[in-house]
Design a protein around this ligand. Structure first.
Ligand code: PMM
Length: 275
């Protein structure tokens, strides 16, 4: 992974007809590749390519469909020299993606959806994002029940770490993610953002994905309570990026790259000025 002495920016390319905020926009492989290259021009360090929507309530796509969506895009972006990550819960997709040039596996299920995933990632040697997850899209909202969300997410992530290490993943491959919006309501998400430093105490790099999620739209609801549309929550995403970078996050996963890339550079400049 690029080591640039600041929080990294991961730009999102969802090659899906139905993703959370950008579903359908980059569904054509050539358009997805062009968008990935644009994100790099705008300052993305990593381009995250996904072929399965994880929005609440989404149905799963077949393995064949997911592969057909992501593989050509990953191959072409990698050929262009882009550092690509693959957003998948399937070991076979992760394997094909790494063979096509992906340099990171981003598994929103943290190895829970496909038991073969940790071994495949261990063999590949690439960094592995282990996200906090309590179940597939159809079930995730009903599992958003916590006493102390930061403590529980931290404990559940620690268990996932122990499990993937036992499967052969190396310590230095692991990146953790609290999984904002995945089996979490707005209050949980805010607590987790406030608790980034506590999650960092687990000793692994952290990635934070707040971009265009429902909790931002709810915070910014109009006086009648109608949530702000996703497309108008990018300034709020930027605020989360700034806070996360300041708190020591390793990477932020965002849709609107340029302002976030600017923000992490501002944070790095201020931190540099302090030391
Ligand atoms: N969120 C989404 C998809 N993949 N990966 C990681 N590591 N962290 C996240 O928070 C995350 C993710 C859902 O957002 P999208 O549908 O807008 O891509």
């Amino acid at each position: 992974m690029p080591d640039v002495g600041r929080c990294l920016v991961m730009g999102v390319v969802n090659v899906t007809p139905d993703s959370f905020s950008d579903g359908g926009q980059w569904f054509d492989p050539a358009i997805a590749v062009r968008h990935g290259l644009e994100l790099v021009e705008q300052g993305a360090d990593i381009v995250d390519v996904g072929g399965e929507s994880t929005r609440p309530g989404a149905a799963r796509v077949s393995l064949e469909e997911e592969l057909a969506r992501v593989e050509p895009v990953i191959r072409e972006l990698s050929r262009e020299g882009v550092t690509v990550s693959v957003d998948t819960m399937r070991a076979e997709v992760a394997q094909a993606a790494v063979e096509a040039g992906a340099k990171l596996v981003n598994d929103v299920s943290g190895g829970l959806a496909d038991p073969a995933m940790p071994r495949i990632v261990a063999a590949s040697g690439v960094p592995y994002v282990v996200m906090h997850w309590r179940g597939h899209s159809h079930a995730m909202d009903s599992r958003a029940v916590y006493g102390d969300v930061v403590t529980e997410v931290r404990e559940e992530l620690a268990k996932r770490v122990a499990s993937v290490l036992a499967e052969g993943v190396a310590e230095n491959q692991i990146v953790l993610d609290p999984g904002l919006g995945f089996s979490k309501n707005a209050e949980h998400n805010w607590k987790l953002i406030a608790g980034v430093d506590q999650l960092g105490e687990l000793g692994y790099p952290l990635i934070i994905g707040a971009s265009r999620k429902r909790f931002l739209g709810r915070l910014l609801a109009d006086p009648d309570g109608a949530p702000r549309p996703f497309s108008q929550s990018d300034d709020a995403t930027l605020a989360v990026t700034t806070l996360a970078a300041q708190a020591g996050a390793w990477c932020v996963r965002v849709h609107d790259v340029r302002p976030n890339a600017d923000a992490v550079r501002v944070v790095a400049a201020v931190q540099g000025a302090r030391s």
